[in-house]
Design a protein around this ligand. Structure first.
Ligand SMILES: Cc1ncc(COP(=O)(O)O)c(C=O)c1O
Length: 475
């Protein structure tokens, strides 16, 4: 169903908002009551778009090996796999001939591959930041690197970045930074960082795991170019195990791939290897063509709808959520103030990390799940440095906790609750979250909770086991 929005001069086709699989799933509360599931955990992972399921189901009968068979189905699978690279190119605004798309499992693998393959000359280093997800931090611990500091309210300190670029005069090979934070939803000034990188002869890489599902990406054609982009399909409504790394075609020309094996060599003798080139060199083994088809279908659907419409819808919800969350007594929202976003002066993703006075973060998350049917995440979100900064935990305190861990002593990590929005979120979803948090703030908690053997909090009465439900998928 397509609607036509009329104005005096322009007739614009507005496609309906993409639908998600499982949007009306019912889940049990602690007392057995069934309610519609409210998914406020899009920053962790997303359900498939209905179009993605359709694409996968349509493709399955035609599935066969990629780059490895002469049969019709193999050639068709190979064709689709290669065509998906063009879809990714369009989605990120990359340039044919200048960039290549390498298919990987997820953003983590993409950034590990980048860290493995970028060849640093003696004295060269990489700059990453304190705001990063571990996937854009730990791979860089393995090579010469420095971590750029943050401002007190939790933004990347651009003055510190510039100081380091000056200090290392021409030796910074790469600046790698999150295009959007998975903790506070802030959108670092990527254009300013890209300009600085290029002014000092460095490349810029974007960890776009969070940005890609919510805002348009433009590696080329708009403002300062972006050299490298990494993202995951499962955060982009295609949870079938594929992701992408987009790099300049020349970047990995030298050196050997991270994984070696089938597909990575042109000729092998008893003593030597002639390596394949381009994306083939980096994609050892039989590729995940189902995952790649799913991801391409998701990107096509998002582009058809228009990332500007995704952004508009989510901005409105984000403002609504920020306004409502700020009214909850005892709730602390972390990160830079939301005033700029609420005043329409700055952009931000719908990612809210908070704590409720007097309640542990895991308790709040468990109550929301078991008494309100709301799925959120709690903990440190694989961003220990950033979360510690926002909570005011010093490096000395973190080191002390680490020593306790090394000594085998129990350590209760500090953390937060995170609610994150996506394309399927509605105001009703946010209202349910807010009602739940208001009730918790008033001390209205209906179940009693105990820790399971996995460390999760579960309602004491009627501890849930997922065995029967789980088996129903496998039998
Ligand atoms: C900013 C950011 N980067 C990287 C990742 C890693 O993504 P994946 O687990 O899909 O590899 C995440 C996941 O939450 C993320 O939020």
């Amino acid at each position: 169903m397509t609607t036509i929005a009329r104005s005096r001069t322009v007739r614009q086709i507005v496609h309906p908002r993409p639908r998600l699989v499982g949007a009306s799933s019912q889940v049990p509360l602690f007392d057995g009551q069934m309610v519609r599931y409210v998914n406020l955990d899009s920053a962790a992972s997303t359900p498939p778009l209905a179009k993605v399921r359709q694409a996968v189901e349509a493709f399955l009968p035609w599935y066969s090996s990629v780059h490895r068979g002469s049969g019709y189905k193999s050639r068709l699978s190979t064709h689709l796999y290669e065509q998906a690279r063009d879809v990714v190119m369009r989605f990120v605004g990359a340039q044919q001939g200048k960039h290549i798309v390498i298919f990987v499992r997820n953003a983590t693998e993409a950034i590990n591959l980048l860290a493995h393959r970028i060849v640093l000359e003696p004295g060269e280093l990489v700059l990453t930041t304190r705001l990063e997800h571990h996937s854009n931090l730990l791979p860089w611990y393995r090579v010469p690197h420095e971590v750029v500091e943050l401002t007190p309210d939790g933004c990347i300190d651009l003055a510190d970045l510039e100081r380091r670029l000056k200090q290392h005069a021409g030796k910074v090979r790469l600046i790698t930074v999150s295009a959007a934070s998975n903790v506070t939803g802030i959108l670092p000034d990527i254009q300013a960082i890209a300009r600085m990188a290029h002014a000092y002869g460095a490349l810029i890489a974007l960890d776009a795991a969070q940005l890609a599902p919510h805002r348009a990406l433009a590696m080329t054609g708009q403002g300062e170019a972006i050299d490298i982009v990494a993202f995951s399909g499962h955060k982009l409504y295609a949870p079938y195990g594929a992701g992408a790394l987009v790099v300049p075609a020349t970047l990995f020309a030298d050196g050997e791939p991270m994984l070696v094996g089938g597909g990575t060599a042109c000729l092998v003798t008893g003593t030597g290897i002639s390596w394949a080139t381009g994306a083939d060199l980096e994609e050892a083994g039989s590729p995940n063509v189902i995952g790649v088809v799913a991801m391409a279908a998701a990107l096509e659907e998002l582009m058809r709808y228009g990332m500007e419409h995704v952004a508009r819808h989510e901005r409105e919800l984000t403002r609504y959520a920020a306004r409502r969350l700020r009214t909850i007594p005892g709730l602390t929202l972390y990160g830079p103030s939301w005033e700029g976003m609420l005043a329409g002066k700055e952009d931000r993703l719908g990612v809210f990390s908070f704590n409720l006075e007097g309640r542990a973060y895991a308790e709040v998350a468990a109550i929301l799940a078991n008494e309100w049917g709301v799925g959120v995440r709690s903990g440190c979100f694989c961003a220990h440095l950033y979360v510690a900064h926002l909570l005011g935990i010093s490096e000395a305190d973190s080191m002390e906790a680490r020593e306790r861990l090394i000594a085998g002593m129990p350590v209760e990590l500090p953390g937060m609750v995170r609610a994150s929005l996506g394309i399927g979120t509605t105001k009703r979803d946010i209202d349910r979250l807010v009602s739940g948090l208001q009730a918790i703030a008033r001390g209205e908690i209906r179940a009693r909770y105990t820790r399971t053997e996995y460390g999760d909090l579960e309602p004491k009465m009627g501890q849930r086991t997922f065995e029967a439900h789980g088996e129903s998928f496998l039998s």
